[in-house]
Design a protein. Structure first.
Length: 148
């Protein structure tokens, strides 16, 4: 029996870090279940530290780029996942009936800016990377619950 991949949009403010990590994890961990995309409300370009810590985990983000949610407006989403509080509060309108899951994560660049050293700053990226991985792994079950 074949099943259709679920189209999921990971949304954050800048589409530079958290949403990019989520897209990368979804493509790496659940390629047969999810068709993953990411976008931002105000794209800021790719964060090199996010790219680096994902590479440490074996996930290559080099083919991904920072984009606006408007660039993906023609796609009908099975689910939109906001990964920051700003995107939650300023979430654009999606087609009626599109489930929106709010899963805000800490902002690694903001935390790294207060770190005592660059190495300490990267630890914030790694922690958020690992937390996002756990969300992505739970996503198929969360999507089933949304259908009920």
């Amino acid at each position: 029996m074949s099943h259709r991949k679920r189209k999921v949009l990971f949304l954050c403010t800048g589409n530079s870090c958290r949403s990019q990590m989520a897209e990368g994890w979804a493509k790496a961990l659940l390629p047969d279940q999810l068709e993953a995309y990411s976008a931002g409300i105000e794209p800021h370009g790719m964060n090199p530290h996010a790219v680096a810590v994902m590479a440490e985990a074996g996930v290559d983000l080099s083919a991904q780029y920072s984009k606006t949610v408007d660039e993906l407006a023609d796609i009908q989403w099975d689910c939109v996942v906001t990964v920051c509080g700003h995107a939650d509060r300023h979430c654009p309108a999606f087609r009626q009936g599109t489930p929106v899951l709010h899963a805000p994560f800490d902002d690694p660049p903001k935390l790294a800016a207060t770190a005592g050293s660059p190495a300490e700053g990267l630890q914030h990226y790694r922690r958020v990377r690992d937390e996002i991985r756990q969300l992505v792994l739970r996503l198929p079950e969360l999507l089933k619950q949304e259908k009920k």
